[in-house]
Design a protein around this ligand. Structure first.
Ligand SMILES: [Zn+2]
Length: 461
């Protein structure tokens, strides 16, 4: 069997093996600050005692990078060190994986080879997106996704809460929105959102809620046709030239800000709006003239800049799928089309921060094999393709620290909630390693052996 330290996922920055082994067959003393480790050892039937000579401890070490940690195994001690609370959490997550390997052949022979792991992430942002608008997921499913993410040291869950098909956060000012798909349960209660947010926070995961506008809004414009360019034939886009639309959407944004007080990031959509309605709309055309704008795309940009400023004023970071690089300072751009878009957004008119979600190869709604239900325009994107994907498609050096990380979205047009985990696994494991481990340390076959070692030891995600 491979030494436990060589089985970690994501693959650590540094692993050094030394002589000797730590045996788990004698009484062990475990620090009170490691409740998950105590619980796991009890699960495996190990003997825990306060006066034991073999100890498992945790301490701060400010010399480690942000979110970083080290695990040192000697014959009489397992010592975890971390620079911050997040690193301390990740050290426990990693040690728990090692315990599954150590106990794989039974409690009476459980042991771990001595050595040291020193680890820290490649990018500050490592995440998944779940679309709860096209198909609604129960709280239980969202919590299980958060559990999986914690094991993978993924730290952002982008939550796509509105689209043409559904409006999933409660709106007191526009309650009709919550009846959008005709399902009573198709909206998260404020208390459920608070519970999900707290659950995420305990696992050092930030929720990025999204309100998608001004496109992807056909549900809204059918319920509130006065906010569409043509109230007789309300379409997919909001009438951005109507001051009432601006006022209405700012209120919805305020409702979102209030429901997600812990969210550092607020996503304001900005994707796939057509300009056809705006071209024919007297209100939109008058607004273009009033502001002296060149065209309908500039009108959309003005709308998105206003929304972005509103989020900034609330002390949060606005995020968008915008293809326009003109946004206020502090805006985070999420690129999904290709590396050219990523580069354009990053360079813009000044230094912009970008998040990479290139649909090839990182979109989770694309099937991992041809047997999965999928749209006919989708290509198969296997675990290996995702693993070998690069967030900046080898423009890493050019982007430098503008590139904040990677996020892999799961759009759910064809994905009911009972298939969510099957869509994420095992590809989310590959994505976690892309976001955490430096490119030069990644090797698909080595990754696969580590994944299979853990899974055959009984570890689940
Ligand atoms: Zn209009």
């Amino acid at each position: 069997m491979r030494p436990a330290l060589h089985c970690l996922i994501p693959r650590p920055a540094e692993v050094t093996l030394t002589e000797g082994e730590f045996t788990f067959t004698r009484p062990l003393q475990v620090s009170d600050r490691l409740p998950a480790i105590r619980e796991r050892l009890e699960f495996f039937g190990a003997k825990l005692a306060d006066d034991a000579t073999a100890v498992i401890t945790v301490a701060k070490d400010k010399s480690l990078p942000v979110e970083g940690f080290a695990i040192t195994v000697t014959s009489n001690a397992i010592r975890l060190t971390a620079s911050d609370e997040v690193g301390e959490f990740y050290a426990q997550v990693a040690l728990e994986q090692l315990l599954w390997i150590a106990f794989a052949e039974g409690t009476d022979v459980a042991k771990m080879q001595c050595g040291t792991v020193r680890d820290y992430p490649r990018y500050p942002m490592r995440g998944l997106m779940i679309d709860s608008a096209r198909h609604f997921q129960s709280k239980t499913v969202i919590l299980s996704v958060l559990d999986m993410m914690a094991k993978l040291r993924l730290n952002h869950l982008h939550w796509h809460l509105t689209d043409g098909e559904g409006w999933r956060f409660p709106s007191l000012g526009a309650p009709k929105l919550n009846t959008l798909d005709g399902r009573q349960a198709g909206c998260y209660a404020a208390a459920e959102i608070a519970e999900i947010t707290a659950y995420a926070k305990d696992r050092h995961i930030t929720i990025i809620p999204e309100l998608d506008m001004p496109g992807h809004s056909w549900g809204l414009t059918h319920l509130y046709p006065e906010l569409a360019c043509d109230s007789e034939h309300p379409g997919n886009e909001l009438c951005v030239g109507n001051p009432k639309t601006m006022e209405f959407m700012l209120h919805r944004l305020d409702e979102m800000l209030a429901l997600f007080p812990e969210s550092k990031f607020i996503h304001i959509g900005g994707d796939e709006a057509g300009t056809g309605h705006w071209e024919k709309c007297p209100k939109c055309q008058a607004k273009i003239k009033e502001l002296g704008l060149a065209n309908e795309r500039k009108l959309e940009e003005w709308f998105m800049v206003t929304m972005s400023r509103h989020v900034l004023k609330a002390g949060r970071t606005p995020v968008s799928w915008c293809t326009s690089a003109v946004m206020p300072d502090g805006h985070l751009f999420q690129a999904w089309n290709d590396v050219h878009e990523l580069m354009d957004l990053a360079w813009g008119t000044r230094k912009n921060l970008v998040l990479s979600s290139l649909y090839i190869p990182f979109y989770m709604d694309y099937p991992q094999n041809a047997e999965e239900p999928h749209f006919n325009w989708m290509t198969v994107q296997t675990e290996e393709m995702m693993y070998d994907g690069e967030p900046a498609a080898h423009m890493e050096r050019e982007l430098g620290d503008r590139l904040q990380g990677i996020e892999s979205p799961l759009w759910t047009e064809m994905v009911p909630e009972w298939r969510v985990k099957a869509k994420f696994l095992p590809r989310a494991i590959a994505i976690a390693e892309v976001g955490w481990t430096k490119h030069e340390l990644r090797d698909y076959h080595d990754y696969l052996r580590r994944r299979l070692s853990l899974e055959s030891a009984g570890y689940t995600w």
